[in-house]
Design a protein around this ligand. Structure first.
Ligand SMILES: Nc1ncnc2c1ncn2[C@@H]1O[C@H](COP(=O)(O)OP(=O)(O)OP(=O)(O)O)[C@@H](O)[C@H]1O
Length: 265
């Protein structure tokens, strides 16, 4: 280890650990917007980040990626080799070039000016094919990216990020423009990828039920109640801060009127 490299947390020496937030406070201009975040991101897990608009989800992603400095605390990567890939909420890719989806995915795979190489390696080609299949982007692979619908563009960008074969994949509302069927299918695929390929997948989603169905854990962030809640769906959905924002309908312990949990005697 380099002399100036920060020391890892005591619990970080496990092979599945990719990234760790330690008392991490996120915000702008030195002003924290949430209480400290403590969590570990591990291989083979699917984490969904939920919360109202403006609650700090994208800010957290930017801090994880090093695009924004923590207000305090730290983000620790278990190794400098941990490779992350990120799909932001919206991108300017379509404004760039009239490129086919498959080429866009290939460029995601080949870093820097390598994408100008006329031939990619067999390994690159196979990673591109597999990413296109995993993202369900086969039917649109030969179509110009510019001509795709917003939901199809999201699939293409998902394939692009998967082609990088990153260990940690951060996706900010990757299904926002998809119809309900495509959204469910994509979240299911992301969960399978996390579990089968041993990736860590972290997704921001506003579809709470779909997130709860497929994610291993939920991270709920809320500025109004100054809350950060990490746990399974029941833990999060029944938390007072979550219920303050979204009501009781998501919590099985607080059934909606007319749907009693116990049959009436
Ligand atoms: N560069 C910036 N400087 C100061 N404040 C900012 C900056 N960028 C975003 N914010 C503010 O930070 C807060 C959190 O924004 P963020 O984009 O992280 O929310 P979010 O949870 O991702 O929201 P959404 O669900 O709408 O995408 C918002 O109030 C936003 O206005």
């Amino acid at each position: 280890m380099e002399p100036h490299e920060p020391s890892p947390p005591a619990h970080a020496h496990t092979e599945d650990l990719l990234l760790c937030c330690e008392d991490l406070r996120i915000g702008y201009q030195g002003k924290p917007m949430l209480p400290p975040i403590n969590l570990q991101v591990r291989r083979g897990t699917f984490l969904a980040v939920i919360g109202r608009n403006g609650s700090g989800k994208s800010t957290w992603f930017k801090t994880l990626l090093g695009l924004l400095s923590p207000v305090s605390g730290r983000v620790f990567r278990s190794s400098p080799q941990v490779k992350s890939a990120y799909v932001p909420q919206s991108t300017g890719i379509d404004a760039l070039l009239p490129v086919r989806t498959k080429e866009l995915v290939r460029w995601g795979r080949l870093s820097g000016w390598n994408f100008l190489r006329p031939f990619s390696s067999r390994q690159d080609r196979s990673a591109v094919e597999s990413a296109i299949t995993s993202a369900g982007a086969g039917p649109i692979a030969q179509l110009p990216y510019r001509e795709l619908s917003e939901g199809q563009k999201q699939r293409a960008l998902l394939a692009r990020v998967l082609a990088t074969e990153a260990d940690l994949v951060l996706l900010d509302e990757p299904t926002a423009a998809m119809d309900a069927v495509a959204e469910r299918e994509t979240m299911k695929r992301l969960a399978e990828l996390a579990h089968e390929k041993r990736l860590a997948v972290v997704v921001v989603s506003h579809d709470l039920r779909v997130a709860a169905e497929f994610a291993d854990q939920l991270l709920f962030v809320d500025r109004e109640t100054s809350s950060v809640v990490l746990g399974d769906a029941n833990t999060v959905f029944c938390h007072p801060a979550f219920r303050h924002q979204y009501g009781d309908d998501y919590c099985p312990r607080h059934p909606a009127p007319g749907h009693p949990r116990e049959p009436a005697r």
